[in-house]
Design a protein around this ligand. Structure first.
Ligand code: C5J
Length: 241
């Protein structure tokens, strides 16, 4: 594949899709559905739904284009040995990491709530990075995986914009990757944090990276991939049925 120029803030970004990976951050039931970690923290989880269709559209296009797709999940071992006590000891006892909830133990690997939502379920060959922190590089083999594949650019989507997306973008930026954040494929429980989070990434000449939209990235992909996508009644791009 050749290089494509993608409209973005603060400036268009030239991307070689053969050296690009799509990374979808923490689209887990624990963050998007009632009864999980996000809800335990008092958040309105319905605010994250907006990111699902754009993530799905981008995921379908990336797969069709043969792009490396990586999924991440935030969570901990059942014995909590990888969970810093300072992270666990927050909030009421019955709502902490490891407490039992309607989707199993909160933010624990192997529990139903820890799963990625069915709409974005990984395929068998797609790496899933289980991370104990907010950033996808912290205590994981993500960097090794990307370097082994010669990846230079990351298309970043997922939740939440100002927490795990931001932390991952900052970590990636420090490691020399170009991050193109798909603003509409990210979401936050706090719309104002989402907006400011995206502005922070592109500010100061792109201090952490670039911000674009799913639609602009899809438009840059090959026409055959684009033909697979269809506009939904809500004006969002979705995979054709
Ligand atoms: C949070 C995340 N918000 N995936 N995690 O705790 O952003």
């Amino acid at each position: 594949m050749s290089r494509f120029e993608i409209p973005a803030k603060p400036s268009p970004l030239s991307v070689d899709f053969a050296r690009t990976a799509l990374i979808i951050i923490d689209m887990q039931r624990d963050f998007l559905e009632p009864g999980g970690f996000g809800a335990a923290l008092g958040n309105d989880v319905s605010r994250l739904v907006a990111a699902v269709a754009p993530c799905r559209a981008m995921l379908t296009a990336a797969r069709a284009a043969g792009m490396l797709v990586i999924h991440t999940r935030e969570g901990h071992r059942p014995d909590l040995s990888d969970a810093p006590p300072a992270k666990v000891a927050r909030g009421p006892l019955d709502k902490r990491i490891g407490a039992r909830g309607p989707m199993g133990r909160i933010l624990i690997r192997g529990e139903p709530g820890h799963d990625i939502i069915p709409e974005l379920a990984p395929l068998a060959h797609e790496p899933v990075i289980d991370k104990p922190g907010k950033g996808a590089f912290y205590q994981t083999d993500l960097d090794l995986m990307l370097r082994n594949r010669g990846i230079e650019t990351l298309l970043v989507a997922g939740v939440t914009t100002e927490v795990c997306v931001h932390t991952t973008v900052r970590e990636a930026n420090d490691r020399g990757y170009r991050c193109l954040v798909l603003g509409d494929a990210c979401a936050s429980y706090f719309p104002e944090f989402h907006d400011v989070g995206l502005r922070m990434i592109a500010a100061q000449g792109g201090i952490f990276g670039w911000v674009s939209t799913t639609e602009d990235v899809l438009a840059a992909l090959s026409p055959s991939v684009r033909e697979m996508m269809t506009a939904s009644p809500h004006g969002k791009l979705e995979p054709a049925a």
